[in-house]
Design a protein around this ligand. Sequence first.
Ligand code: KG4
Ligand code: ZN
Length: 327
Amino acid sequence: MLLAIETSCDETSVAVLDGRSICSNVLLSQIRHHQRYGGVVPELASRLHAECIDGLIHDALQDAGVGLQDLTHIAVTVGPGLEGALLVGITAANTLAACLGIPVVPVNHLHGHVYAVEQECPLTFPCLICLASGGHTMIIHMPAPLTFDLVANTMDDACGECFDKVARMLGLGYPGGPAIETLAKSGTANIAFPHPIKHQANAFSFSGLKTAVMTTINQDQHAHEDIAASVQHRIATVLSHKLSLAMASHPVDHVVLCGGVFANAAIRAHICDELDGHSVHIPPIKLCTDNAAMIGLAANHCIEQGLVRNDYLHCHPQLGLNRPEYL
Ligand code: KG4
Ligand code: ZN
């Protein structure tokens, strides 16, 4: 039985897992505290995590119907993320593990997003992953468990960041993705926004799209609903086109879509249509955005490979995709 902790950004979350089975997954979002600032304020995030982490650990154990004595491992996100925010979760994990005399499992947040899909069934290899979140936009080739080869990465903004910035330009709240998805439902994708670096297989770029949206808003000739629908459509086509380029160089049967942006139903549907004939795996919506259950699902594989520690873990705010950085 494993307890997992996630505090890398603005959600405090604790989960209890028994293998791939999620016994509890409690989450407290800080969004309403950050909304008035238009984005996440790191210092505020750390303080809010510290205030509620003990209570959430208690709730997660209670929801799962287990006690501390039932735990065999404590898993925690060690990076990438906000340093002060990560430290709260890591300190809680180090302390619990030391008191209980059990190992800690350092988990890379990006691996958590990928393994979120295992709530339904184990990954099949080789597979291609499209990870689109607030901080990352990547296509990854996975030939084996915990083996990540980066195929494409963003040159500038992340995909979720593009949603958040466009939403701010349109006067919508933070986070922008859900707000744009809602507005887009009453609009038509009738504006042909640019498709930057369309033929480059190893890179994404979203900053030009953001500028084009700004120019369109300033021209004041289009309804905001149509702008929202058009930018959402363009992001869906950028992701699906880049995936098709990756599939040409890395032929696979299985494709995984993960990260907060894939909470978007229109984007999920568009890519599933485009990849007709392939097995497309997407975590349920509540496991697309940040949560501790996905950290526990990734931790299962770290445990399987002996990637656990009996001493204190450290914080790795800039952690990359590959795990040797924290071993
Ligand atoms: O994966 P995530 O929860 O956190 C990071 O690791 O960054 O992703 C958050 C990002 C935000 O940029 C948010 O605007 C975006 O995911 N997002 C969405 C939707 N829900 C969240 N983007 C598009 N449509 C959504 N429904
Ligand atoms: Zn995330």
